[in-house]
Design a protein. Sequence first.
Length: 433
Amino acid sequence: MGISLLSVLLLLTVLHCGQTQENSKPTLRVNPDTTVYTGDTLTLTCDLQSSLTGWKFMWFRVSQQLDHLTSEYKNTNTLSITASDTAEYRCSALRGENSYTDYSDPVKITVRKRPKATVKVQPAERVFIRERVTLTCDIESGDDWRYEWFKNNNPLSEAQWRKKYEISNVDGSDEGDYSCKGRGLTEPSYSEISAAVRLTVSEKSKPTLMVNPHTTVYTGDTLTLTCDLKISHTGWKFMWFRVSLQLQPLTPEYKNTNTLSITASDTAEYQCSALRGQNIYTDYSDPVKITVRKRPKATVKVQPAERVFIRERVTLTCDIESGEDWSYEWFKNNNPLSEAQWRKKYEISNVDGSDEGDYSCKGRRLTESSYSEISAAVRLTVSERTPIPEATSTPMQQHTHTSDAVTLGKSETPLSFVEFCLIETGNFKQRSK
């Protein structure tokens, strides 16, 4: 029910018709403050400086009209309300049946969203026995607060009123769900209670050392060592060790990352561990053996020979002494030979001068990133075909034996009788010099 402007005019008319109006004007006071949070309880006091008694009081919320906060005038001058949203309020007083005061001046009550509280844990929510743990109650508003702590929804007396709760030597009894909220130092307002954060306390952990791509590699291969810790990685630092008569650190200090790249040199065992803070160490991982083998050699073989004639068929084969599966990379004059890549054999069906050059190869393992040594280069030489020489003889050489040398026209090289006969039949191929 509201009092509109028309109602006020009618009320004044009634007063002029015989009712009286008390000239006093009350003052509206708000406790604890005019700026509060949603859900806070406020006390409105209608303070009337009058020597008369018998007053009754009413309060109004100011909108487009005055909205009654009570259905009738009350005998007491205080009223409790719950803050919901920002608004202005007034009050007035009545004595008897027809003696009214003026309305008080309006008082604005500002209602803010209740701030949230958050529990933060250092170094982490999962910790080891004997670690130092700090729980902090953060409230998003910058107001002054007293802090209330709860463990498993029960008040935590040893932490009350403190922003930070420290456990210097944590053990299993400290496990649980922690929450907090704030109360205003000078007023009864409060924050929302935080979500609970679970603190888990474990015995010392043991990491696992993993090797990529493989624990059997060749000299010079690059490996990645991963120190895998099956708990939160927050705040952990890592170190790797080579196992000999004693543990030899591979890094001068603990690293912030849990991976380390190394170059394989010889067969050895490796371990890792993790550190958090100044004195919390994990156990060492189980040792992992990395076997390092000599890198296999590659060799280029050429059929039929390294010196050939134009239009011959040539086959180059990349032989690697290890029997493992390989993909093959070919090079001509030290440049990648794209048409031959990944094949063990490279065939040139109709060789010509453009195919001359230095050929080399190497192998890469199919399932990992290791590789063989690159082969020594083999030079392929391509020549024009030599004209067939004509055989001549002196008059004194009427009879020739198989072991005799014969002089051929257009050739300065002595040929055996077998070669001579091959020329005669058209089956001779020039021998290598």
